[in-house]
Design a protein around this ligand. Structure first.
Ligand SMILES: Cc1cc2nc3c(=O)[nH]c(=O)nc-3n(C[C@H](O)[C@H](O)[C@H](O)COP(=O)(O)OP(=O)(O)OC[C@H]3O[C@@H](n4cnc5c(N)ncnc54)[C@H](O)[C@@H]3O)c2cc1C
Length: 310
């Protein structure tokens, strides 16, 4: 490589810190930015300590330091900063995760909350007291986020029920998580979906209107499709409902029209993406692998540029 290239990596989750290490080892200068005060991404903000010890994150941090990374924590990147980074760096890798939760248009507040918000409140802001007064919680969803929400809440709320539209067999959460939740007293309402949030006159959640479901032929995900059973609506009382029904990627905080193009490249020259931001919500292992793959793509792109200038 002709000169030391400088890359800004936005997002210090598994994809971002892995890509940063790979780039540093290949001789690039790397500045790693994250809005949180520690590295780890969803592992740090989402996964509760009782489930996964985070000591490995300290090791990752130490390695980044040893390799000479510029570490900019508690530094959110907005559009203005993004433009600045474009001027100061030869390339940018956006590894911002898929941290925007689906809410299906429901307005949060007064007993209705998004799963990632609940986990952030408990893991990072240590606001357990904000949830301790609830008596009956429903957690809507069947993935790892839903399990972490249910298992965190059963430590605070007397009754917690997971509401999932398919059967246990189709749940995306790991079998271990489901069994641990059961052992801890979490209940499950399978083949059930929430249709409406019922609130009292003051706007506080008092129940969910649910409908029973039946399974059908496999859909494009390979899992059994699900269908409402007409006339099976009922009311499930609850004073807290947590929505853990999927997350999506949002690049708009960084740039108005940033989108994925070919490979890890985006439509903006010298801007790449990796991890959940590229694949949609996946796993830690997948994010690590993808961070490495994106870094290799960046290295190859600059090698190609160097060759064409030689
Ligand atoms: C509650 C929960 C439980 C999970 N359980 C498991 C599990 O058991 N096993 C498993 O393998 N996977 C699990 N996952 C999934 C796994 O954590 C993710 O797939 C993985 O963390 C994705 O890594 P990433 O680096 O792509 O994104 P993330 O980990 O989401 O990291 C993105 C980073 O970007 C930062 N960021 C975003 N926007 C900006 C900005 N504008 N400026 C600066 N920084 C920004 C964020 O603060 C974050 O640190 C779970 C996820 C959650 C949320």
């Amino acid at each position: 490589m002709e000169k030391k290239r400088r890359i800004a990596v936005i997002g210090a989750g598994p994809a971002g810190y892995t890509a940063a290490k790979e780039l540093l080892q290949a001789g690039f200068a790397v500045d790693l930015f994250d809005k949180e005060k520690e590295i780890g991404g969803a592992v740090y903000t989402g996964i509760p300590d009782f489930r996964m010890p985070k000591t490995f994150l300290q090791k990752e941090y130490d390695t980044l330091k040893e390799l000479g990374a510029g570490l900019y924590l508690s530094e959110p990147v907005d559009r203005e900063k993004f433009t600045e980074l474009q001027k100061e760096h030869d390339g940018i890798l956006c590894a911002i995760g898929a941290q925007v939760e689906n809410t299906f248009g429901f307005e949060t507040g007064s007993g209705l909350e998004a799963g990632l918000t609940l986990l952030y409140d408990l893991n990072i802001l240590h606001k357990a007291e904000a949830y301790g007064g609830y008596r009956k919680a429903l957690v809507w969803g069947g993935g790892n986020v839903a399990m972490d929400c249910a298992r965190s809440l059963i430590r605070l709320v007397p009754e917690v029920t997971v509401v999932y539209r398919r059967s246990e067999k189709e749940m995306p959460a790991s079998a271990k998580e489901i069994n641990d939740a059961k052992k801890e007293g979490v209940q499950f309402a399978f083949l059930t979906n929430i249709r409406e949030i019922v609130r009292d006159e003051a706007g506080r959640v008092k129940a969910a209107q649910v409908i029973r479901m039946r399974l059908g032929e496999p859909d494009e995900s390979g899992r059994a499709s699900f269908h409402e059973i007409p006339g099976s609506e009922e009311i499930m009382p609850a004073d807290l409902i947590i929505m853990a029904i999927g997350q999506k990627v949002d690049f708009t905080p960084l740039a108005e029209d940033l989108s994925i193009a070919a490979g890890h490249e985006t439509n903006i020259s010298h801007v790449w993406t990796a991890g959940d931001a590229w694949t949609g919500p996946k796993t830690i292992g997948a994010a690590v692998q993808d961070g490495r793959a994106a870094a290799k793509e960046i290295i190859a792109a600059f090698e190609k540029e160097d060759e064409s200038h030689a």
